[in-house]
Design a protein around this ligand. Sequence first.
Ligand code: ATP
Ligand code: MG
Length: 386
Amino acid sequence: MINTWLLKPAELILKGDNRKSFEGTLKNNIHILLSSVGSGIKTKYTSGRYYIHAPCEYAEKIENVLSHLIGISGWAKTETCEKNEEAVIKACVEEGKKLFKNGIKTFKIDARRTDKSFPLTSYELCCKAGEAVTNAVSSLKVDIHNPQDVIRIEIREKALVYSGGKKGCGGLPVGTAGRGMLLLSGGIDSPVAGFLMASRGMNIDAIHFHAYPYTSLEAKQKVISLAKITGAYCMGIRLYILNFTKVQMKIKERAPFPWTTILLRMAMMEAAQKAAQKIKCKCLITGESLSQVASQTIENLTCTQSRLSLPVLRPLIGFSKEDIIKKAKQTGTFDTSIQPYHDCCTLFSPPHPVLHGKIQEANFYYEKLELESLIDEALKNYEMVK
Ligand code: ATP
Ligand code: MG
């Protein structure tokens, strides 16, 4: 048996002249993701909707792909029926029975008719179908304003009837907004930052700095897991893993202790920029949020980006921790992020860090450290996980 899924693109309606290329990228992304599911899957794009036709044994895998697909506002498994009043209403009654079985008590009908030759208007279709469903399943009630589920009818090239539509990730298709380098730690924030930039259409590469043996192998593995979860939304992520132990040791030995956090961030940014430029990333992305911790005051953020030529995008800058956690739970990174393996050793964290660093002072200490050769060494010996 063949199942059909209907996908509604998000935001594309807004994109004027770019629309064709956005649609093409979304189509391409759908193809790439479905090719990993199996063979015999057909797709079609017509009148602003994408359709997937696939053997029913792929249903679970396809729904997993769709729940990670950036660029669609919603999707649903649909039934195709003959394009006449009787068949459409019969299909609605079947949907009504399904809703009742699933414990739904209130519903409404939503009808759309792009084929204007269909004899009933959308409103007439809603009324007739609603009445037929309530007659057939007497315990289902219509609630126009706050229904538990919606039976949707679309009269297009074919007639489609479905309920239980799912909300998609939204956003713009990955691959429409250039490439960015995400500084990925093992915390809660940076995977969310990567997801948010991918939702604006950006391809994401990631870089992680560890300090083995001061940080554990489990901490590194945790970051790989976070990249994998985030990568499912981003059409894949290349994660560059760098050993920064020598850089951190030198900062610890030579710089005033309260300055070490800012100086380490400056070194990470410099290394990330060098890596980014090699692989044509146009910006750096971090999970920083204003005033969340000492290194994220406006003065310290200014210090850490002061030597860079690439822009630093901080999509979480105005988010509360609560909002970030909510997003991390939605995207599925939260449970991994809170595993107790830390990406930073307390040995390197000053008890009283500088809160409002001055750029001149930060650069004075930074230049005195002469970190360039250690940064280049770390960059040369990277490990890459796709
Ligand atoms: P997170 O939850 O993302 O770890 P945080 O609140 O712990 O955030 P910081 O540790 O100050 O904040 O890190 C701020 C940002 O710097 C992170 O969101 C990340 O983008 C980057 N960053 C921090 N540590 C690392 C690391 N070891 N490797 C790569 N990037 C890092
Ligand atoms: Mg962190």
